[in-house]
Ligand binder design. Structure first.
Ligand code: BG6
Length: 499
């Protein structure tokens, strides 16, 4: 582990990602004692500001315990935040000039010598737009690379826009930083329930033994957000929902859900298996897609009404995509990814629908469904049939319910970024995306994306759906085409099957 000799440098330190995710994650790790007391953090960005301004703008508002917390909890938070502030400093500089990185080096050397560090380790966190990734990675390597200690660089999507642009970007990065030094974040891999998937599967015989085409009819991985692109339309329009969420977050989840048992839980063994299963997925077919774009409803603006969105854009804000895995375990099982902005609720879940009970003794009985709810409120539940209690013999669908809030009431579930930054400190690559994994992930999506981008002729026009709805009206028809049977929330059984 990297103990006291490490300095963290956050590039893009004046930006939103740093403020909302990076600094709070670093702070929480620091507060909980996961990072060394004598850590130092340097923020670097173009904006000129003093240390004090940096502290008040980017760190001062990190959320503490709520209003109803005890005074001692509030005091403890304040004390830690003061300490965290005292170990954070700021350097302003350009992203494409050696002079800025030289100033950064000076600050690094200063804080390292103050702590008497002989073999400095440097962790560079790039909270930056992709347009400057490569140039910053070069500037850092040239000017700020520690020759005595170890260096690590953390980067985050978007990693290009298709297979070729991703390859270009990755190979430019590789000229400077080795695979071992590179940590590619997909923050879904830091989410508690996504991390749980391998344990659930390989730690439960009953589950793993039913995890195949013989028992499972179809799988849905759903990502729903109740808000649109408000103000972020400029960025979003260039990418669309598929690049924003499906190609990375949902595909990573899918690969963990479907990979074979790894030889061990070491990072290379796990990632080998992920790559293997991804290689069995052919690129997504046009006819296996349903694209949507939200329109205004109930006073909420439509996508095209966002001033930051180009006029007449056909960028999808919703996509349902069906993927197939050509291997003996999963052949013929549809994996439906659904992702959308401006929908009716906030929810990310995996829903595994089992096949029907063999015909003969029941007229109508609900399918088993295993649901892994990633957020909000982590839960795992199995839709499960039981006899209605009492003097009748009638099936009733119910649940085997593991809701984390009740079962693990005291547990603190870390934020994804906390888990991942700590992994990077420890040098554990398991929950980061490997280069070959990224490449194969892009191959699955690139032909479809080129079609949507209008590279093969006219771009397809997405179906409209009202802001706040469940998505385009064709969605139920789409999922049922792949065998999904909408189940019976609150359904009263019309017959008494076993009498
Ligand atoms: C990001 C996307 O990667 O993930 C956003 O760019 C999306 O559009 C976000 O809102 C969702 O992350 P989370 O952790 O809120 O589910």
């Amino acid at each position: 582990e990297w103990k006291g000799e490490t300095t963290v440098v956050v590039l893009g330190a004046s930006g939103d990602l740093a403020k909302k995710k990076t600094f709070p994650a670093l702070f929480n790790l620091f507060k909980e004692g996961h990072l060394p007391e004598d850590l130092h953090i340097i923020g670097y960005a173009r904006t000129k500001m003093s240390d004090d301004d940096f502290h008040s703008r980017q760190i001062g508002n990190i959320k503490g315990p709520g209003d109803d917390a005890s005074q001692s909890d509030k005091d403890a938070h304040k004390k830690k935040l003061d300490k965290f502030t005292s170990i954070s400093s700021y350097v302003a500089g350009q992203y494409d000039e050696d002079s800025g990185f030289q100033a950064l080096l000076k600050e690094l050397e200063k804080v390292e010598s103050e702590r008497g560090v002989e073999k400095p380790n440097r962790l560079f966190y790039m909270a930056l737009p992709p347009s400057v990734f490569t140039i910053v990675a070069e500037g850092l390597k040239k000017n700020c690379y520690s020759t005595k200690g170890a260096n690590r660089i953390i980067i985050e999507k978007p990693f290009g826009k298709d297979t070729d642009s991703c390859r270009e970007m990755m190979s430019a990065l590789k000229e400077q930083w080795s695979e071992d030094e590179t940590y590619r974040i997909d923050h879904y891999l830091g989410k508690e329930m996504v991390k749980n998937v391998l344990l659930l599967r390989f730690g439960n015989v009953w589950l793993e033994s039913s995890f195949n085409k013989n028992f499972i009819s179809n799988v849905q991985i759903t990502f729903k957000e109740p808000f649109g692109t408000e103000g972020r339309g400029g960025y979003f329009d260039e990418f669309g929902i598929i690049r924003d969420v499906c190609q990375n977050h949902l595909l990573q989840t899918l690969s963990l859900l479907t990979m074979e048992r790894p030889v061990s839980f070491s990072s290379e063994d796990v990632r080998d298996e992920k790559v293997k299963v991804l290689r069995c997925i052919p690129s997504i077919a046009r006819e296996d897609t349903l694209l949507g774009q939200y329109v205004g409803a109930d006073g909420k603006p439509g996508y095209l009404e966002d001033d930051t969105v180009p006029k007449g854009s056909v960028c999808p804000t919703f996509a349902a995509l069906t993927l197939w895995i050509n291997n003996p375990r999963w052949e013929g099982v549809p994996f439906i990814m659904k992702a959308g902005k401006a929908l009716n609720e906030a929810k990310v879940e995996i829903r595994i629908q089992y096949k029907d009970v063999t015909a003969g003794i029941f007229d109508d009985i609900a399918r088993n469904e295993l649901v892994i709810r990633i957020q909000p409120s982590e839960a795992i539940y199995m839709k499960f049939n039981t006899k209605t209690p009492g003097l009748i013999t009638r099936a009733i669908p119910t649940e085997l319910d593991l809701t984390y809030k009740s079962r693990f009431a005291e547990a603190k579930i870390p934020e994804a970024y906390e888990a991942l930054i700590l992994d990077a400190f420890k040098g554990d690559h398991s929950n980061f995306v490997r280069d070959d994994e990224l490449d194969v992930a892009w191959k699955i999506f690139t032909p479809l994306l080129h079609w949507i981008d209008g590279k093969d002729g006219e771009a397809p026009k997405p179906e409209e759906y009202p802001y706040g709805s469940r998505g385009p009206k064709q969605i139920d028809e789409f999922t049922s085409k792949y065998g999904f049977k909408r189940s019976n929330e609150g359904y009263a059984w019309p017959k008494t099957p076993m009498t």
